[in-house]
Design a binder for this molecule. Structure first.
Ligand SMILES: *Cc1c(COP(=O)(O)O)cnc(C)c1O
Length: 458
């Protein structure tokens, strides 16, 4: 099968790309080579690990993924917000390559090196807040959440951890208890960690509450169900990721922070998906005037290499005894070199402005689709983190019934036509746009044309 309608995108004018920035479908999806590879995978890879789209990738650059069969996909997922600066971004590739040749590992907790310190300095400079900050580097988002909780418990001497409804924080034994959805993250994997509490969140499209009322509802839960004096931390994604890109009502986050500060609770921003220039700001918290005590960074920090961090108020970060934090691979020098290059690229290429450009292009295109199709109930997000929530026909002004079947059909149609589109949402009825900041307006327009056809074909 070849593509049924022409690509509107032309190759990027930039010679910096090693793969033409265009959509090109030359086989059925998945193609024959991917089908063969998938058979091998089923023999050796645990079925507990799933894949959204079983096309096997051989190359990626900018906003394009190339599979074994030479299909070129517009990547609107960026490995879930990881290749934020673009796939194989030149600066990141160079920095990592150079570092590999110098040294690959020593273990910072045995013989340290400058790259780790530099990443900590950059995080201190770019996370919200003007106070003295320190960091610990680890390997993954879930590990950042776990360390944030450990640090908050040590600092406060308290036990309880609070999260919000619709949250996603990871797949480790602690973090699976912090997620909203049991399926697929926790079902059958229990017992779950104790002392984790799920408080109501702000979800304006559904709850209709302003920030102050939503904050009162959350705080009432924290005070009544847990009690402030037992609460170590409240962990919040400023824009919820897997939950469906919910943007909280104005004032909600600063009011929660104010309550946490007044009650000696450490408030932690899980910016693992929303951070690192994804939303047109270094950290999404900035959009809401929120200055968290601790900030968790992961996904986009190192251009695709595994690295994560907890950064925050020095007095909180220093509460742990020496040896209490860290790990074998945490702050790996190659990942740190890549992260330094990511920070440089954000500055040098003014990537905060690219986030704003992508927001504008996506919102304009999606508004047009919304006026055409009443199943698009809500459009929300910031920068290159935008989602649409699909509701069953005729329910957009009333019950807003989730329309998950439409989301799966649209994503499947898009994949057949060379657009990798991720789904999300507690009810599976959200399509999320999480491209790299390298995605051009032409690629966005082309992808939206495909999605238009996909909705029309429902
Ligand atoms: C992805 C994600 C995590 C978990 O990160 P991993 O690197 O997959 O462990 C935690 N919180 C949020 C908001 C995420 O998006």
């Amino acid at each position: 099968m070849t593509d049924t309608f022409a690509s509107a995108a032309s190759a990027s004018p930039s010679a910096a790309y090693t793969v033409p920035q265009e959509r090109r479908v030359v086989t059925a999806i998945p193609g024959p080579k991917s089908v063969e590879m998938h058979k091998r995978r089923l023999e050796s890879v645990s079925t507990g690990v799933s894949s959204t789209l079983p096309v096997y990738i051989k190359k990626a650059n900018g906003a394009i993924l190339v599979d074994l069969d030479d299909n070129h996909f517009i990547d609107l997922g960026a490995g879930i917000g990881v290749t934020t600066v673009g796939h194989t971004e030149a600066n990141v590739v160079e920095a990592a390559t150079n570092q590999v040749q110098e040294f690959i590992h020593t273990l910072f907790t045995i013989t340290p090196y400058e790259e780790y310190i530099r990443v900590a300095e950059l995080l201190a400079a770019h996370t919200p807040g003007d106070f003295k900050k320190k960091s610990v580097l680890i390997n993954s988002g879930a590990e950042a959440v776990e360390n944030g909780v450990k640090i908050a418990r040590k600092y406060t001497g308290r036990r309880a951890v609070a999260v919000l409804d619709h949250a996603y924080h990871g797949r480790t034994v602690l973090t699976m208890a912090m997620n909203y959805k049991a399926m697929p993250y926790a079902t059958g994997f229990g017992p779950l960690a104790s002392d984790v509490y799920h408080a109501p969140s702000s979800y304006p499209y559904h709850d209709g509450l302003n920030g102050a009322d939503a904050a009162v509802r959350t705080i009432t839960y924290l005070e009544k169900v847990i009690g402030a004096s037992d609460l170590a931390c409240l962990v919040v994604e400023p824009i919820q990721g897997e939950g469906g890109f919910m943007v909280p009502a104005d004032g909600y986050l600063p009011l929660l922070q104010e309550w946490c500060t007044a009650n000696g609770v450490v408030m932690i921003a899980d910016e693992i998906q929303s951070g690192m220039a994804r939303t047109g700001a270094y950290y999404a918290s900035e959009h809401f005037g929120w200055v968290p005590d601790l900030v968790l960074t992961a996904k986009g920090i190192a251009g695709g290499l595994p690295l994560a961090a907890v950064t925050g108020r020095a007095e909180i970060m220093d509460a742990s005894q020496p040896g209490g934090l860290g790990g074998t691979f945490g702050g790996n020098p190659v990942a740190c070199a890549a992260a330094i290059a990511v920070f440089e690229s954000i500055e040098r290429n003014d990537l905060l402005a690219e986030g704003a450009r992508i927001e504008k292009a996506l919102l304009a295109g999606l508004e047009k689709l919304k006026s055409k199709y009443d199943i698009i109930g809500d459009i929300r997000g910031r920068g290159a983190m935008i989602a649409i929530e699909l509701v069953q026909p005729g329910t957009g002004d009333t019950t807003k019934l989730p329309y998950a079947a439409a989301v799966s059909s649209i994503a499947a149609f898009a994949a057949q036509h060379g657009v990798l589109l991720l789904t999300a949402g507690t009810y599976g009825n959200v399509l999320r746009f999480l491209p790299s900041l390298a995605v051009t307006d032409a690629l966005i327009a082309d992808a939206l044309t495909v999605i238009d056809h996909a909705i029309a074909a429902l």
